[in-house]
Design a protein around this ligand. Structure first.
Ligand code: IPM
Ligand code: MG
Length: 356
């Protein structure tokens, strides 16, 4: 089979880690007889420098015309002082919305080989945890009404959290379907003791839950959830939550796995075209040094094979190659804590390819 993939390398370490994932995909293609073609498009700070806008129309059109999209990361200090509309991050929100990617799957699982990297006590971690965070991605406060106005204390700024029943039901269904294929439990996270939008969230999730009697559905307030994640992460199977709560909780969960450099993500909509990206940022401090951990992006490529192309065997092959590399003690700098040498981005990529 042939698959056309758009590459959005972005800024900072983005180009380095996307190149690693491309090499892994090419190796998988060779091994399993698939042809992947890659077309790069410019996005983020790189696009601002070249065209004065973070998300050129050509990039959106190119992504819409491809079978799937692989993204590195956007942003960096160079563009931090631009206005909201012109920031690199705006491109990320823009491309997610343009592609209709309302679901963001962020799996956080502890690799046995990285148990020692988890900051939690061994008795809390036990045999490890495996959480699937289902984050709503194109609604809520990220996309709500915002602006400046004169208020009681003078000049003020505001952002609005707004969710429709339609949007909540749509993401809840993804969570319930996902739980059915896992351990059958959904934890819906909100702030229903304070926010009206959360009360509608909770009510709507309960309505949708009626269609999934085989799945256990529980509610949790977001402050408690932040605590429960470090108190007992093993209680979670699927977590479903809003755009902003999902952003925050997924960073917290990532640290439990040892390094944010390990976590992939899949952004999905109603078609098979998705966008796949590591959950970490552009890490400007280590950009260009060739030392970034490519695993999150390589695992994102595996998610692309699984979710967009239904190539489960091929995705398994990548995931187990990563497993084996970690079990063999191979580490990039971010996950190296004991004696030993940190592998470069390219070396780690070679080692993973060698284990495919
Ligand atoms: C993420 C990132 C983005 C988000 C930023 C860069 C806009 O933090 O993907 O988690 O908040 O969604
Ligand atoms: Mg984030």
């Amino acid at each position: 089979m042939k698959y056309r993939i758009s590459l959005l390398k972005g800024d900072g370490i983005g180009p380095e880690i996307v190149d690693s994932a491309v090499r892994v995909l090419e190796a998988v293609g060779g091994k399993f007889g698939h042809e992947f073609t890659f077309t790069p498009y410019i996005i983020g700070g790189a696009a601002i420098d070249k065209y004065g806008v973070p998300l050129p129309d050509e990039t959106v059109a190119g992504c819409l015309d491809s079978d799937s999209v692989l993204l590195g990361a956007v942003g960096g200090p160079k563009w931090d002082n631009l206005s909201g509309e012109l920031r690199p991050e705006k491109a990320l929100l823009g491309i997610r919305a343009a592609l209709g990617l309302y679901t963001n799957l962020r799996p956080a699982k502890l690799y046995p080989a990285l148990k020692g990297d988890c900051p939690l006590r061994a008795d809390i971690v036990g045999s490890g945890f495996d959480i699937m965070i289902v984050r709503e991605l194109i609604g809520g406060i990220y996309f709500g009404e915002r602006g400046y106005r004169e208020g009681k204390f003078g000049h003020e700024a505001f952002d609005t959290e707004c969710y429709s029943e339609f949007e909540i039901d749509r993401i809840a269904r993804v969570a319930f379907e996902t739980a059915r294929k896992r351990r059958g439990k959904v934890t819906s996270i909100d702030k229903a003791n304070v926010l009206e939008s959360s009360r509608l969230w909770r009510k709507t999730v309960h309505e949708t839950a009626k269609e999934y009697p085989d799945v256990v559905c529980e509610d949790m307030l977001v402050d408690n959830a932040a605590m429960q994640l470090v108190r007992n992460p093993r209680q979670f199977d699927v977590v479903v939550t809003s755009n902003m709560f999902g952003d925050i909780l997924s960073d917290e969960a990532s640290q439990l796995t040892g390094s944010i450099g390990m976590l992939p993500s899949a952004s999905l909509g109603d078609t098979t075209r998705g966008m796949y990206e590591p959950i970490h940022g552009s890490a400007p401090d280590i950009a260009g040094k060739g030392i970034a951990n490519p695993i999150a992006t390589i695992l994102s490529a595996a998610m692309m094979l699984r979710y967009s192309f239904s190539l489960a065997k091929e995705a398994d092959a990548i995931e187990s190659a990563v497993d084996t590399a970690l079990n063999d003690g191979l580490r990039t700098a971010d996950i190296l804590h004991e004696e030993g040498r940190a592998l470069t981005t390219a070396e780690m990529t070679d080692e993973i390819i060698a284990r495919l």
